[in-house]
Write a protein that binds this ligand. Sequence first.
Ligand code: CUA
Length: 307
Amino acid sequence: MIAEPGGASAAIIEDLWSFMLWLGVAAFLVVTAIIVIGLFKGDAGDPDTVPPDVHADERTWLVGWGSAFPILLIGAVLVATITAMVDLPDTAENAVVVEVRGHQWWWELSYPDSGVVTANELHIPAGRDIELLLTSADVIHSFWVPTLAGKIDALPDGVNRLVLSADEPGIHLGRCAEFCGLGHAKMGLRVVVTGEAEFEAWLERQGASASPPGDAEARAGMEAFLAAGCGECHTIRGTDASGDTAPDLTHVASREMLAAETLPNTPEHLAGWIATTEESKPGVDMGGSTLTSAEIEMIVAYLGSLD
Ligand code: CUA
């Protein structure tokens, strides 16, 4: 066991990977042994005379097995690969459907059946089929959560489909696996697997509008957020912020990480992210540097209340 698969697809891929690894190790050992035997068995003879063809048998053996051995190995890998591809789940029953849209450089996650929209944190129930419908808002991205399934491209001009499931509650980390610009290495996501009841409760909470600011500081933060134009790109349901080019922040405080797995979601990091976005993730589109530190503090208080 090389990696710990967390679902049926990953287990099939892990089996194939292990088979290829150990087959490769066996081939390496056999070839190395033949070379070593050849080195010690050989009779160099007199290099100046053309020797009679005493090695004809060995040559036949070498050409024969030198052709057959790779064909057998590659044939075995081909059969194992096709078998794995056939075994990988393709149909989903009673599935949770999630639309996954890649952006430079974050993941938009929509649950069409419940109207929930969130970012970078995919919540799914354990033991149920999950049907992901993948697209991209800009360039080609690739969705990859190695402990759950193989990678699949998120394309700007088509919908790719990936069916997966997770065996147990837990966290699985994923990455964008297709170079998509400066922030490619900072385009992570996490998959949060919970029990069915917990998942339904999460959906219900995420589907609700944002809680109104609870105190004066948060209220001032909301006003500063809207005045600064953050709502041109971000949505906070229940307010005037209704942009759709940046992550939905309606329940941003419920998320574990910020900026697609770049920073932990703490008030300090959130303030730093708003103040110096470009330092945390070069190339990112968000501008925040015109805000005063007092405004940032209020906005952080407001966003921190959106759980
Ligand atoms: Cu998105 Cu790499």
